[in-house]
Design a protein around this ligand. Sequence first.
Ligand code: ADP
Ligand code: MG
Length: 330
Amino acid sequence: MDLREIGEFGLINRIRKWMAASDPALIQGIGDDVAVIGIGSKALLVTTDILIEHIHFDRSWIDPYRLGKKALIVNLSDIAAMGGTPKYFLISLGLPKNLPLSFLSSFYRGLKEEGKRYRVDLIGGDTSLSQRITINICLLGEAKKGRILFRKGAGIGNDLFVSGTLGDAALGLKILQKKGPMGRPMGLMKKQLSPCPRIELGQAIAGGRLATAMIDVSDGLLIDTAHLIKESGVGARIWEDQIPLSRLYRKWIASYSKDPYQVALTGGEDYELLFTSPPDRREEISTLALSSKIPITRIGKILPQKEGFRMIRKDGKEYSPSRMGFEHFR
Ligand code: ADP
Ligand code: MG
């Protein structure tokens, strides 16, 4: 058996079984957006993400300054998904010999600016020769113990909400990769190059006890919903026509896909927050959307596990998605 058969998530499930942890201070090990370790009334949050040249990015469409920012953003988003506060990070780099120093000075300028915006400091890392640029950040954060949102915790009858709009980053990537005509939509490309980690929104949701479970949408709405409901032991329905789509997405999607929803459902890297809440929180959630100026849309409902996970079309017909989203090795 090789990795193609089990995929990225099949592999992670096996690692989780092989390496079961038992330390009593460990609140959450493998299986969430970050690991959570209890220290008194607080919790230490730890997350790591890797970016590899030609897999996650190409130098032809992202400049080193934006790459530095994005390397931090993808990690910040995982802390946001817990409702936590990011604090410190380490960065390990694999670099080819012929890389200009100016690439690295711009890369670190991006890192520094993004770090300053979210008040996180670089505290170390590692450096090695590599054929392709490889970037790994480990980000540490903190949260109050009782105010953390996990992937598990969604209850039957909860609403399913998502922040922002979906599919913009994936459509932006298609546009960036196609050395296309002038007048390409900056907004979509920007969502791919410089997404916004929802740190403040995550903190408001967790701090206000507005949700029961939360995850960031990094691999695609369907796959990340599947992760959340699997950890919570529940099922779900999502109304296709309720998926929040931006004006630019609606305008450009027809040039890239026959199905207007496919990219929004399966495309990754939007770094929006997906969360579940009891229906009596609807009003507070609308108020938060207004005050934060970030749209929050009710897109579905949590059901018992035996109901599975399906989409509902505008005409009321249900379907099981054939493709869930991005998964390495598949
Ligand atoms: P995210 O998309 O939020 O970054 P992932 O899908 O990458 O989450 O990872 C899911 C879970 O699996 C996390 O708890 C992560 O720490 C863990 N994980 C991923 N890869 C490995 C690995 N190679 N070894 C151990 N744990 C891993
Ligand atoms: Mg995540």
